[in-house]
Design a protein. Sequence first.
Length: 496
Amino acid sequence: MRFKTITKLILGLFLIFNVESAYAAIYYISPTVNGGSDSGDGSQGKPWATFAYAFSKMTSGDTLYIMDGTYNQQLNNMPSGTDPSNPTRILAQNPHKVTIDGQGSINPIRISGKSYVELDGIRVKNANTGTSYLNDVMVIENCSYITVRRSGFWQAGTYMHNLPVKISGSSYCLFEDVWVFGRGRYCLMDFQGHYNTFRRVVARWDSGTYVGQPNAGISIYNSHHELIENCIVIDSNEQKVQPSHSGIAIYAHLTAPTNITFRGNIILNNRRSSPTATKIVGMVVDPGPEAGMYANDIDIKDCVIWSNDSGLSLSGLGNEVGHPIRLDHSTIGKSGVGDGLYQGSNYRGTILTNSLITDNFQYGVNNNSGADQMAINYINNSMNAVGEYKNATCSSGCLSSSPFEEGSLKYLPRIEAESSLSMADMNGSNIGANIEKRYVNGVLTAESLWPWPYEDWIQEDMREISTRGFCADGQTLTKYIWVYLGNPLIRNVIMQ
């Protein structure tokens, strides 16, 4: 009898402590023209019409399914979830068939001070075009554990600081399979972020006027312990880009950027139509002019920086001793007016290994920190118009053969198995980048990255703004990248 009493007590306590998850509700919202009404009960048969009303009825851990159609209203002020297993979910019932359109007068999504919220499958565009800081397509500010998947964001306002996606003062957020493009100073900016992850984000910069302001496809600004993996910045609008433009930029103004990790990224075809003294840098590390604003422990691996005005630029106040910039197993080439890798005078102990630097307009490696401030080993540095090295020397494993003539480099995402760069690095692997598999949490997996996930959706949305580059007829993102060097897609090569 006592055993039965204890069992009932335990069961009662279990039910009490799990009541919140047990009663997590599922609701629906639909455009008014499709039958949505706030006088309904939020069921699939009687969906609500506005996000404001839906969120006023929801509690932590509830799910809101957004039914097909276009919503001209702001998505804002949803309840937070309670923990990773009990988030508040805002999901397209049919991914990519839901559009939130600000129509130039509404800021579509603003998430402020929330935690444990998931969004999935939404197209979001056309922020307010007024002259205000607040005219971003999506803002996540002072939040934690926000997850955004399978969604596109484009056409910010016209003010110089408006962006398609702005993450500010937030931590432990995940953006996965997201595309950002159109008008904006940056396509995506992570400002004062901590422990955020950006995975398979595709960015294309299209337009904006920001005289005297740096701009980029992806900006990691005043942030630390951030992870950027399998992202692509591609096809910047060469007719519209402003001075101080970059594909990916690491900046500092108030807080030093530290422990920023890049894995398996591609920065491709970002140029100015008429390059001047100011050119598009594929990737820049620039901690700015303030004293103490160092860029420490920036780790770049398996990245391709190709066909930009210049390759990788290390500028600004540099790094502190013992916290180097590391470039490993990467491919940098075809810089149109600049160097493959440029290092300013304030960098200390940069480590450059197992990488291919080739066919750049100026130097392959241009070092202005002094010869003892770069450790260079197992590099193929070749075919650079002005020279392979300036104030730098490769110590061991040094190669200089053309990767094109001997067949090492046929496709940007990999080195060929039969080439001289195969099994030529310090550990018996390849020299150069390999971007055939997915990275997850900084670890290379066995899952193929190609064909690129949701590339049809990405192209469909981006073609609303422009059909240049990979958005031209007959292209896909996968095909565009794999045939970029002019070699056909044949056996053992990923193709759609």
